[in-house]
Design a protein around this ligand. Structure first.
Ligand SMILES: Cc1cc2nc3c(=O)[nH]c(=O)nc-3n(C[C@H](O)[C@H](O)[C@H](O)COP(=O)(O)OP(=O)(O)OC[C@H]3O[C@@H](n4cnc5c(N)ncnc54)[C@H](O)[C@@H]3O)c2cc1C
Length: 502
């Protein structure tokens, strides 16, 4: 390719959700000529799905690592044999558990709607918490609270729900536990919020939860007419790669191009102006360059000299969110009538005193009870998740701690479901080092993330879950994409979202 055949309005580096949503908005609503370059063989980035997988072991493991730095840590039988026996051929599984915050009223759903598309999402119907040796619906949890707990819980929730975004932002850099302790002495109220927020943000360590971020997210969920106690999560029909495909389709139908297996090697920057990118095929020019590459890799790709010192200093504290994830396939769902999520506040043998940064939350759902396309008729298919730190301390490479989590999961399942072993088809467990590009912790949220418009390089922009936005995961990537589209166009693109998601 020579540089004369390329006259794109925007080149987007990376076909993750952030890059694809930004590209779809610019192509469909602004008529811009967009080129998306993706280093991997498939689009989606951290949204990657094994659909009826019949490939080889090496490709499976490589995909896990290149998309989310995940590695296999356990399986129900020898993994090579599982692959040889085509164990996954009847299933749709992800690189780990993904759940959709706000289900059909998610940011992704509203953006799809604004682009004339319909994202098909199944909402979950409940949230069960394990307490006193049995599952309890979260909405009934408060039955066991004292009158004082109940009263204080109401006051705290009301304060959180009535805060404006700007008011909540004042608590961005304060940890949630300190915020709650300044408001209530009720341990039940504190635990309730810490469990929910730990689940949302993906951490066991209460000190790693930003109060401001939790307040904004909780309030968004309420304004969306959803509630963690009776839903609020969801699953797209056919798996999460479908979300990436939908936005890729919008780009292509509106004159854009997506090239996979095309890593960008460097940016072309002249006099602090982005002019294009360099790939193995040569230089491609564009009026604007949008980087969807997670921040620390973006710093190396672009060059430290193009970032403010203050941001580089802060980036030393950036860390992605990590966790133990996996899939358990059963001959039938453990509870065929329940389409909801489960939280166990402390996995057996995985308390803070067992060497973790906090008591380890364990959570799962059965996606086959909502989405029949994921598993053969009548079977159960459960994604599982437990959080682990990846830095200060590095838990995700600590074999002893990982083994404790894996043991805790199956000890719990066998105790709670006595026929678990009879029902088990297969399982796999992975350790993931990069769930969200940047963990949502105090000091690394909101405006402290990478700005969507480069402060130093003209015509260079950033998108994705690690850029300036609030919320996390897919919702964060969608928020970052809308903010990025606003920065690129100079218009307020957030009008495509309801006010409470802007
Ligand atoms: C196992 C797992 C479970 C998760 N669970 C949830 C969940 O339950 N709920 C939720 O909301 N979110 C969840 N997430 C997080 C969510 O998937 C991510 O936050 C979101 O997909 C991030 O999108 P992004 O576009 O910001 O980044 P990415 O998906 O990381 O996209 C970056 C893209 O850039 C590409 N790239 C990098 N370098 C180059 C280069 N030099 N040239 C070209 N391309 C390049 C990458 O290959 C990638 O495609 C989960 C993630 C994982 C991995």
């Amino acid at each position: 390719m020579n540089s004369s055949d390329n006259n794109y309005d925007a080149i987007i580096i990376g076909a993750g959700l952030g890059g694809l949503i930004t590209g779809a908005i610019l192509a469909k609503l602004e008529g811009m000529k967009v080129l998306v370059l993706e280093k991997e063989e498939t689009i989606g980035g951290k949204l990657f799905t094994f659909e009826h997988y019949e490939g080889d072991e090496k490709t499976f493991l490589k995909k896990l690592y290149t998309h989310s730095r995940s590695r296999l840590v356990d399986s129900s039988s020898d993994f090579s044999e599982m692959i040889e026996n085509k164990t996954f051929s009847k299933y749709i599984i992800e690189g780990g558990w993904h759940s959709f915050i706000n289900s059909d009223r998610s940011r992704q759903s509203f953006i799809a709607q604004a682009l004339g598309e319909n994202l098909k999402v199944f909402g979950n119907e409940g949230f069960r918490l394990y307490g006193e040796d049995k599952w309890e619906e979260l909405r009934y949890l408060q039955r066991n609270w004292t009158k004082e707990d109940f009263q204080e819980g109401k006051v705290v929730s009301r304060e959180m729900n009535l805060m404006s975004k700007e008011e909540a932002e004042e608590y961005d850099n304060i940890d949630l536990e300190s915020f709650l302790r300044s408001r209530t002495t009720s341990q039940n109220v504190i635990n309730f919020h810490l469990w929910l927020a730990g689940w949302e943000v993906g951490t066991n360590n209460p000190k790693n939860i930003s109060a401001g971020e939790h307040i904004k997210v909780i309030s968004m969920v309420h304004c969306a007419g959803k509630d963690f106690t009776n839903g609020g999560g969801g699953q797209p029909l056919g798996g999460h790669l479908e979300v990436a495909r939908l936005f890729a389709k919008v780009i292509e139908e509106n004159g854009g191009t997506i090239r996979v297996s095309t890593p960008v090697e460097e940016l072309v920057i002249e006099n602090y102006q982005a002019k294009g990118v360099k790939t193995a095929d040569g230089i491609i020019k564009a009026s604007k360059v949008i980087c969807n590459v997670p921040m620390w890799r973006a710093i190396n790709l672009i060059g430290k000299e193009y970032f403010p010192d203050e941001f580089l200093k802060r980036s030393e504290d950036m860390e992605p969110c990590g966790g133990i994830l996996g899939w358990i396939s059963t001959k039938r769902p453990l509870d065929p009538d329940y389409r909801g999520l489960y939280i166990l506040p402390v996995l057996p043998g995985c308390k803070k005193s067992d060497g973790f940064t906090g008591d380890v939350l364990f959570s799962f759902e059965d996606v086959a009870t909502y989405d029949k396309s994921r598993a053969p008729e009548g079977e159960g298919l459960m994604p599982i998740w437990a959080a682990m730190d990846i830095k200060n301390p590095d838990e995700i490479h600590n074999k002893e701690l990982i083994d404790k989590i894996v043991k805790g999961v199956f000890t719990f399942m066998r105790k709670e479901y006595p026929d678990f072993d009879e029902l088990l088809n297969w399982y796999i467990v992975t350790a993931c080092e990069e769930l969200y590009s940047i963990a949502s912790k105090p000091g690394m949220v909101g405006n402290l993330r990478m700005p969507t418009k480069s402060p130093l390089v003209k015509n260079l922009f950033f998108t994705g879950d690690g850029t300036q936005q609030w919320s996390f995961g897919q919702s964060g990537a969608a928020g970052g994409a809308v903010n990025c589209a606003s920065a690129v166009t100079g218009k307020d693109c957030s009008v495509i979202l309801p006010f409470f998601m802007r």
